[in-house]
Design a protein around this ligand. Structure first.
Ligand code: T1G
Length: 686
């Protein structure tokens, strides 16, 4: 880390260089304090530019220091020291000024940025609030309403928007350093602007805080930090600067040690590790400038939209002209839906749709870089597709299957140049869900695997490398969860009680509501295939529901009844009767929410541990990302593996042993017992 000072006539340029994102480590905070003292004492310096090397302005406090006691100089003191400087400091912003980075910029007399820069206070996304004056200076600079949006939402704004808010003084064209030096020269002789800390917060209209609290609570749901951030902005508006700073700091330190902050930090680092499997270090991906999707059904259309949204022209291939039209209509419906929801303008939707073309001639793919197959989940059908692709595509074109349950090794048999084949498992809806399981076969070349990861980055999704087994990572765990949920029904629980318990834990919906939404027939199809492989999937009640065509919301009912036109689940007497028949002779017990959650979550952790032991997943944190980004596991819980570690793996093993002794779960696997002895899953991932 370096902080260098250069002198351009009467302007000093302080350059921060702390790769990769100029995070405010203790050493950097110390160097900034020393730079202020040096330049205050230098009479030849009339103004100062604070600029950063590398790809971004200061991106915030150093998140890796959060697990340790804060070290002086503390950031609020650094910001105050810059604010008290005798000469005007001009923050010159490129990339992102985030969190502590923006707070440092707020300590400067002026802020300028290039048009591509963004500024924000994302702390709530880490389960904390700004801890260096962000909630206290911001309402003084841009007013309470804009400050509430920035602080409680955590999303950055672009430079132009920031200028409009009054957050920055100018958007500079051309070279940032030169522009900032010129700006500093212009202000050098002017009187220093009033420090933000001594300005008044503009008044708000009656009822503002009450309505803000309602809006923030509705959006934050179970996350604590947004409401605490709102309280800090309100405090800043209602008390003097010092009291407000003390309140903010106390809140920041309180949240910094919270379970939610630890969980959100875990996810932050997990999302940055997952795209970098060790085996790909130094491997160059193949270029992907054009793409095609085979199959225009729900998945194919969603994948086509995801590819197009990432800027790739897409060809959608179907078996005949009518199917092509249906496929294109499915893609068009996705874009029309986005326009209807206000996610994009009609012009953007039309422009994107214009680069999605269709055809029933594989010959169109002779020069396509990447082809993703999304046809019916049948091995023979998929193999036929890849036989045709092998004969028309370039030998170096990457061929991918979107299969959920079939073995990509089996699908790839007969593919020419099998090294260019892999699994890319999208989650439905493919243009929205962030998770993508990347599944190499035994022959996938490393540069092809790297191409998969590069594609996922281009799509703005979260890649998780998955080994080959039935259901890879996510769906394999889902099967266990569904079987577990039925076990509870046969021991006295009801679908409503199970779903309510899992919603209370933080899931967006419970296992039975989810099946009714997705359709029970899909899992029935997988169980039929499993039985054909000699397996004995456990779903006694679901099998009976499917036998009477109770497939969920797509039919008159599933686990629940539905009134016509109403998607609200109603407990079903017919289902209760079937459960009673299947539960006959089974020991019954009274289930409370905590016990239900244990009986669902801990077997989930157990199966995830097996997945880790079998190296189907590289890391426990990867499994957390699968559950969070593929199945709605609450981010503020960190994922099932983080949740289990935070709860204590020894306790997890003890509870699982109790459930197993009652016949309500499989016993802890050997890996889970080993992890419990070690105190973490890291013992397994080596
Ligand atoms: N601290 C430490 N390391 C960080 C970091 C941070 N704040 N931000 C990123 N990194 C690392 C990251 O782990 C990765 O490391 C590398 O930088 C590239 O990250 C007092 C308390 C800035 C938009 O929340 O949003 O300030 O894996 O892959 O896609 O009030 O990183 O390469 O070794 O994400 O170009 C508030 C978090 C902190 C910003 C760049 N700040 N970072 O995105 O790169 S709390 C944040 C980001 C705070 C104050 C409070 C993004 C980015 P490695 P990357 P990117």
């Amino acid at each position: 880390m370096t902080v260098t000072i250069a002198r351009e006539n009467a302007i000093a340029v302080v350059t921060v260089d702390n790769p990769p994102v100029n995070a405010l480590s203790q050493a950097l905070r110390q160097a900034l304090v020393e730079a202020v003292a040096e330049l205050d004492a230098d009479a030849t310096v009339k103004a100062v530019v604070l600029i950063c090397a590398g790809r971004t302005f200061i991106a915030g406090a150093d998140v890796s220091e959060f697990g340790k006691p804060p070290q002086p100089p503390h950031l609020p003191d650094v910001v105050a020291r810059i604010e008290a400087a005798k000469k005007p400091w001009v923050a010159a912003i490129h990339g992102s000024a985030l969190g502590g980075g923006l707070e440092v910029a707020l300590g400067c007399a002026y802020r300028v940025a290039i048009a591509s820069a963004s500024l924000g206070l994302p702390e709530v996304k880490l389960g904390i609030i700004p801890g260096a004056g962000g909630t206290v200076r911001l309402p003084r600079l841009i007013g309470p309403a804009a400050a509430v949006d920035l602080v409680t939402g955590g999303s950055p704004v672009g430079a132009r928007k920031a200028e409009g808010l009054g957050l920055i003084d100018a958007v500079l064209d051309g070279d940032l350093r030169a522009g900032a030096i010129a700006f500093a020269g212009d202000v050098a002789e002017k009187p220093l602007p009033q420090p933000i800390s001594s300005r008044e917060v503009p008044p708000v209209e009656a009822g503002f805080w009450e309505s803000a609290e309602k809006a923030v609570a509705a959006k934050a749901r179970r996350e604590i930090a947004p409401l605490r951030a709102l309280a800090s902005v309100r405090k800043a508006s209602e008390t003097d600067f010092d009291d407000a700073m003390a309140f903010e700091r106390e809140t920041f330190l309180d949240l910094r040690g919270s379970k939610q902050a630890a969980a959100l930090r875990h996810v932050f680092f997990a999302e940055r590790a997952a795209p970098r499997p060790p085996e790909l270090a130094g491997v160059t991906p193949r270029d992907t400038r054009s793409a095609a999707v085979i199959g225009g059904g729900t998945m194919g259309a969603g994948i086509a939209a995801a590819l197009r949204d990432a800027g790739l022209p897409v060809v959608l291939i179907e078996r005949d002209a009518a199917a092509v039209e249906r496929g294109l209509a499915n893609v068009r419906a996705i874009y029309e839906g986005s326009v209807k929801r206000g996610r994009m303008t009609q012009a953007v939707a039309d422009e994107r749709m214009a680069s999605v073309t269709g055809g029933d001639d594989y010959g169109l793919l002779a020069d396509t870089d990447l082809v993703i197959e999304a046809v019916f989940e049948d091995l023979a059908v998929k193999r036929a597709v890849f036989e045709k692709l092998s004969s028309v595509c370039r030998p170096d074109a990457v061929l991918a299957t979107n299969t959920s349950y079939l073995d990509p090794n089996a699908i790839s048999e007969g593919v020419s140049h099998p090294e260019r084949f892999l699994g890319l498992h999208f989650f439905s809806p493919a243009h929205i869900m962030k998770l993508l399981e990347i599944v190499p076969t035994e022959t996938t070349a490393l540069d092809v695997l790297a191409t998969g990861f590069a594609l996922v980055r281009l799509l703005g999704k979260i890649p998780v490398r998955a080994g080959i087994c039935d259901g890879f990572i996510g769906n394999r765990i889902l099967k266990v969860t569904r079987a577990q949920a039925e076990r509870l029904l046969l021991s006295g629980a009801t679908p409503s009680a199970v779903d309510a318990a899992m919603r209370a834990f933080g899931l967006p919906m419970g296992p039975f509501e989810a099946q009714d939404l997705g359709g029970l027939d899909i899992a029935a199809f997988q169980r039929k295939a499993a039985r054909a492989r000699g397996e004995t999937p456990f779903a006694p009640v679901a099998e009976r529901l499917c036998a009477i065509e109770r497939f969920g919301q797509k039919s008159s009912g599933g686990w629940y009844d539905y009134q016509p036109g109403d998607r609200a689940p109603q407990p079903s007497e017919a289902v209760a009767a079937i459960i009673a028949e299947e539960a006959a002779g089974q020991p019954q017990r009274v289930w409370n929410e905590a016990d239900i959650a244990d009986a669902i979550l801990l077997p989930m952790v157990n199966e995830a541990t097996r997945i880790l032991e079998e190296r189907v997943a590289l890391r426990a944190a990867d499994i957390d990302l699968v559950k969070i980004h593929g199945y709605g596991f609450p981010r503020w819980r960190g994922g099932p593996m983080h949740y289990a570690e935070a709860r204590g793996l020894s306790e997890v093993v003890a509870v699982l042993d109790r459930l197993a002794s009652d016949g309500l779960a499989d016993p802890p696997c050997a890996g889970l017992r080993r992890a419990a002895e070690a105190g973490s899953f890291s013992a397994l991932a080596k």
